[in-house]
Write a protein that binds this ligand. Structure first.
Ligand SMILES: Nc1ncnc2c1ncn2[C@@H]1O[C@H](COP(=O)(O)OP(=O)(O)OP(=O)(O)O)[C@@H](O)[C@H]1O
Ligand SMILES: [Mg+2]
Length: 381
């Protein structure tokens, strides 16, 4: 289902976009050869993943990452497009990916995901009506400024004359901000996804699940936390909020009188000193994470209240903050749900000539969105 989310849909491709597309050899695009790479534009780092497919399944052929200084992207909003372009160029330097189509994503307040119920109708009728319907549910004054995509999830559980639809929308200027930065780096944006659904793509490729299996995917990055509760391959509930790893860094910064960068380093590597100092520091980090856990708990409680007590079987944690020692255990206790760190390489193999097992382990949960993006294929709709 996650394959549907392409915010370029309905968009008349800007000339420069079609030009850059035309510069890709058409036979590569349409022969089914794997010609896309995933670019996760996070606020703390850019991640680039390429996944190839052979007879045994998917293989991660490339992964690289470079940090972004604070202020280039804030809460999913692009503030410094020129700096982003330079960083994208750095990331792609030395790769042969400049001829490939880029799959990237929006997150946080940049993209709106909404589930709506409509009377049951045929696809053709829905396509005619969806724009007007979407305008009722989306908080935009003028739908001409907006790109949106939708997917029919299926009939309403309680009323067979109604169907459930998921809408995804973003302002054109927001999408163009990111695509322009990518185009300026000499690359061709091809699919615009959202982080939440990229994670779903990653989940579907890696986890065996039954259709009634309910899992909460929680992605805690630097500035945004994404929550997506799925039943099988259907999304039941999504929420993004702008509170994540940076809040821990800021607390370390304030309590230790450090710069943001020094606090970030201390947060990840731990303080100098004996075991007790390190243990105390780890405990303090968990207490700084308390507001994030509270917000997650609230969302899950809300989901439970609207879903008639549907039982979440498992929480799968991703994003850099998933690696904070003790966080998974804390969430498991607070939510009373088994919680584990997501593994994007559970079923996806990796190129042993280019990547080591240590690297794969280290990138783990941070690579989850990029892997989901890199799994998209030409023709996915
Ligand atoms: N071992 C660790 N312990 C605690 N926090 C960590 C650890 N490793 C990384 N982080 C934090 O994870 C965050 C980065 O995660 P990630 O790469 O998923 O975010 P992002 O995609 O750049 O940001 P966003 O999606 O919010 O825009 C940073 O705040 C970083 O400090
Ligand atoms: Mg992210």
């Amino acid at each position: 289902m996650s394959k549907m989310k392409d915010l370029f849909s309905g968009l008349k491709l800007p000339a420069k976009f079609s030009t850059s597309l035309a510069s890709l050899p058409l036979d590569d695009i349409f022969s089914g050869k794997k010609q896309l790479v995933g670019l996760d534009i996070g606020s703390s780092s850019l991640k680039l993943a390429e996944i190839l497919e052979n007879k045994d399944g998917f293989i991660l052929n490339h992964f690289s990452q470079i940090p972004l200084e604070k202020g280039i992207i804030e809460d999913g909003v692009l503030i410094e497009p020129g700096s982003l372009t330079e960083k994208i160029k750095d990331l792609f330097k030395g790769t042969a990916f400049n001829r490939k189509g880029i799959v990237t994503s929006l997150s946080g307040h940049s993209a709106i995901i909404k589930k709506v119920t409509l009377p049951s109708m045929e696809d053709a009728e829905l396509r005619d009506l969806i724009r007007d319907e979407a305008s009722k549910y989306l908080p935009f004054d003028n739908m001409d400024d907006v790109n949106f995509d939708f997917q029919v999830l299926g009939p309403n559980e309680f009323n067979p004359h109604q169907m459930e639809i998921i809408l995804v929308a973003a302002k054109k200027e927001v999408i163009e901000g990111f695509t322009d930065a990518i185009v300026s780096a000499g690359l061709s944006p091809f699919i615009m996804d959202v982080d939440t659904f990229a994670l779903e793509t990653m989940y579907e490729a890696n986890y065996d699940f039954e259709e009634n299996h309910i899992v909460a995917m929680i992605n805690i990055g630097a500035s945004i936390t994404n929550i997506n509760v799925v039943k099988g391959s259907i999304s039941l509930f999504t929420r993004d909020f702008t509170l994540a790893g940076n809040s821990l860094t800021e607390a370390v910064q304030a309590n230790h009188g450090l710069t943001f960068e020094a606090a970030e380093k201390m947060k990840i590597e731990g303080p100098e000193g004996d075991d007790l100092t390190k243990k105390t520091f780890r405990e303090s980090l968990l207490s700084y994470a308390d507001p994030i856990c509270t917000e997650i708990e609230r969302s899950i409680d809300y989901f439970r209240s609207i879903s008639g007590g549907e039982n979440i079987k498992k929480v799968l944690l991703s994003g850099g903050v998933a690696n904070a020692p003790g966080l998974a255990e804390t969430l498991a206790q607070r939510l009373n749900i088994e919680t584990e760190i997501i593994d994007p390489f559970r079923k996806i193999d990796y190129n042993k000539k280019k990547l080591t097992p240590e690297e794969i382990k280290a990138i783990g949960s941070t690579a989850a969105v990029a892997v989901g993006l890199a799994l998209r294929r030409i023709g996915d709709k």
